[in-house]
Design a protein around this ligand. Structure first.
Ligand code: AMP
Length: 126
C-alpha cells in the first residue's frame, strides 16, 4: 500500500534494477538490509548512496510502513557505511530528497552520504 497521496512503488526504477543486479553499480557495502554504492554523478569527493533492500519509494513510505527491524537494519547500515568510508572523524553530511520540492529523481528511498571536504552550511544559496 502506498502512503496516502503518493504513487505506488515502481519496480523498474533504477535502484530496484541495481538491487536485482540488472545494471552495475560500484558497491561499497551490502548486508541483509541495505546496499551502498557510489553515486554516478558525485557532488563531493565522497558521494555514496545507501538504499534499503525493501521496496520503499521514499522516507515517507519507509518511515510509515517498514518494520522496526528493517528501520533499525537500514539506519545501522548507513552508520556502518560512513564508518567504513572513514567519514566520521572529518565529518560528513547525510541527506535524503523526498518528492518534487525535495528534488527526488529516483523513487526508491536513498540516503546520500557526502564527504571528503568541508561542505558548507545547509542548503547552498539559501
Ligand atoms: P535524488 O535526486 O535524491 O533522487 O538522487 C538520485 C541520485 O542517483 C543522483 O545523485 C544520481 O546521480 C544518482 N544516480 C542515478 N542513476 C545512478 C546509477 N545508475 N548509479 C549510481 N547513481 C545513480
Amino acid at each position: 500500500m502506498p502512503v496516502s497521496g503518493l504513487p505506488p512503488y515502481d519496480d523498474n526504477n533504477i535502484f530496484a534494477r541495481i538491487l536485482r543486479g540488472e545494471i552495475p553499480s560500484k558497491k561499497v557495502y551490502e548486508d541483509e538490509w541495505a546496499l551502498a554504492f557510489h553515486d554516478i554523478n558525485p557532488q563531493a569527493p565522497v558521494h555514496v548512496l545507501v538504499v534499503p533492500k525493501g521496496k520503499y519509494c521514499s522516507f515517507a513510505d519507509f518511515s510509515a510502513q517498514a518494520s522496526a527491524e528493517e528501520i533499525a537494519g537500514f539506519i545501522r547500515a548507513v552508520g556502518k557505511v560512513a564508518n567504513q568510508l572513514g567519514l566520521e572523524a572529518p565529518g560528513y553530511r547525510m541527506l535524503s530528497n523526498m518528492g518534487a520540492h525535495g528534488g527526488q529523481e529516483v523513487p526508491h528511498l536513498h540516503i546520500h552520504l557526502f564527504g571528503g571536504r568541508p561542505l558548507g552550511r545547509m542548503i547552498p544559496g539559501a
